[in-house]
Design a protein around this ligand. Structure first.
Ligand code: RRO
Length: 308
């Protein structure tokens, strides 16, 4: 890994600002490991729930001209088995891991956080923003500043790990939600989760492509939304942001950094460019730095904040 890509996140040294977001490579040790070998600086587990979940019936992924739709439905092995994979990863790998968890109420989030305290993970991500379980659980918690505040505050009392709140793009006022998370003690924010949900239709078959009909949008078409929400949030909060949404090339990652992100998630691009995408984007960032006279990642400036 190139020294010039080194950075720090919440006091932890990392070799590249690129993050494997939750869910992209599933929940196995090997999915996280292969991302590390290919240049990711931090990996995130699939969001883990208290009990295992099989997820939705397939097809759960659909391609369209602007990116992908997914309705995985929170398929995961449950917290106990999931943490075995996390520990296995930590024993054989040298980079930090974010353990992502999902629940629908404060008590379950606290139980999950206590479980995560006993694993070798480095950070705890609260997924407050899955767009694909509306039928089961209703509107995501990240739609309400009060809910976000309540859950983050409760988890912070019990978590030994720094807490990252994963927010939704599908809200009217992202700043209000981000400030609620910060006020509750969140150590960092992660945004954005997938957009929508949306829908794809197979015209010949006269039916929706996804079995579940609707799914969250990811990929290049959501990058402008991600950049706007990250920039608005960066302008308002003092805690670091992991920015993601449509990052496919090095220049997209640089745009995220300029918008205020400290780290950058690369998810759907794995589908387009293969697992080597992390190394490719690392190289493209270095090329941008060479061409524009930046010696290190930290030397890449941020945009002037809104209302400054
Ligand atoms: O599993 C999913 O359907 C899923 C989750 Br938990 C999420 O947070 N975001 C997403 O696009 N899909």
């Amino acid at each position: 890994m190139h020294n010039r890509l080194k950075t720090k996140f919440l006091g932890v040294e990392i070799e590249s600002p690129l993050v494997l977001p939750a869910g992209v490579m599933g929940m196995s040790f090997s999915g996280m490991h292969i991302s590390q070998i290919n240049g990711a600086g931090i990996v995130t587990s699939k969001s883990l729930t208290l009990q295992p979940r099989t997820g939705h019936q397939g097809p759960v992924v659909a391609e369209f001209e602007g990116g992908l739709l997914n309705c995985m439905g929170l398929c995961n092995p449950g917290i106990s088995d999931g943490l075995i994979e996390v520990n296995q990863f930590k024993e054989r790998s040298r980079i930090p891991v974010i353990v992502s968890v999902f629940a629908t109420n404060t008590e379950d989030f606290i139980t999950l956080a206590k479980e995560v305290n006993n694993c070798q993970g480095d950070f705890l991500e609260l997924n407050l923003s899955c767009p694909n379980v509306f039928d089961e659980y209703g509107i995501p918690l990240a739609a309400s500043g009060e809910e976000v505040y309540r859950i983050v505050k409760a988890v912070k009392e019990f978590s030994k790990l720094p807490v990252i709140a994963k927010l939704s793009p599908n809200v009217y006022n992202i700043v209000e939600i981000a400030l609620a998370a910060q006020k509750a003690g969140a150590d960092a924010l992660c945004l954005i989760n997938t957009v929508g949900p949306g829908m794809a239709i197979d015209a010949k078959m006269v039916k929706p492509v996804l079995f579940n009909k609707f799914g969250g949008l990811s990929g290049p078409c959501i990058k402008p939304i991600a950049l706007k929400l990250i920039y608005q949030t960066y302008s308002a909060v003092d805690i670091p942001i992991i920015g993601m949404g449509g990052v496919t090339y090095g220049i997209d990652a640089v745009e995220m950094l300029l918008a205020g992100a400290q780290l950058v998630g690369v998810g759907t691009a794995v589908y387009y460019r293969g697992i080597e995408v992390f190394d490719k984007i690392n190289q493209e960032i270095i090329q941008f730095m060479d061409e524009n006279g930046y010696e290190s990642i930290e030397a890449i400036p941020k945009l002037e904040k809104l209302n400054d």
